[in-house]
Design a protein around this ligand. Structure first.
Ligand code: OFO
Length: 175
């Protein structure tokens, strides 16, 4: 059984994951409209993953005797000056999510809720991967600079990253 404090803290994270999904969906649309097909596919997939993260929390809350709260969401940014700016926003958002997960883990320790603490370890690992991926992408973009040919290759490469993840290795383990 979840305490009210834990239920509230988990529900806050439900909302953050749902907003993350919307943020990346908006990025997918922006990229698709700009003809960046690879980037768009990558963002659609990120958006789907965030929805899975949300659902995982929703099911856990309900299974543990709580009630998942499906709330209104903050509207995401829908336009960006450059694709670099967009990926910077993705990176910064992942740092924000990691901090939020860390706070949540902290609450479970204060509340001595070791079942929820254990459940959240998957998210801790996932955030390490997502931060590393976002940093690697930003490093690549910084290498490309304003080079149009570089952007073409980047768009193709990131598509392969997406295909690779879909085909073989689910990022962060089973979802
Ligand atoms: Fe939910 O993993 Fe990123 O934000």
């Amino acid at each position: 059984m979840l305490s009210q404090i834990i239920e509230k803290a988990l529900n806050k994270q439900v909302r953050i994951e749902a907003e993350s999904s919307q943020i990346y969906l908006a990025m997918a649309c922006w990229a698709e409209a700009k003809g960046l097909e690879g980037v768009a596919q990558f963002m659609y997939k990120q958006s789907d993953e965030e929805r899975m993260h949300m659902l995982r929390l929703v099911k856990f809350i309900n299974e543990r005797g709580g009630l998942a709260n499906i709330s209104e969401l903050k509207a995401p940014n829908v336009s960006f000056n450059t694709f670099r700016e967009m990926f910077q926003e993705l990176h910064d958002h992942e740092i924000f999510v990691s901090a939020s997960i860390n706070d949540l883990v902290d609450v479970t320790l204060q509340e001595k809720d070791y079942a929820t603490h254990n459940f959240l370890q998957w998210y801790v690992t996932e955030q390490i991967e997502e931060e590393a991926q976002a940093r690697a992408i930003l490093d690549k973009i910084n290498l490309i600079g304003d080079d149009k040919g570089g952007l073409y290759l980047f768009d193709r490469d990131i598509q392969q990253l997406t295909i690779y993840n879909v085909a073989g290795t689910p990022k962060g383990g089973a979802q």
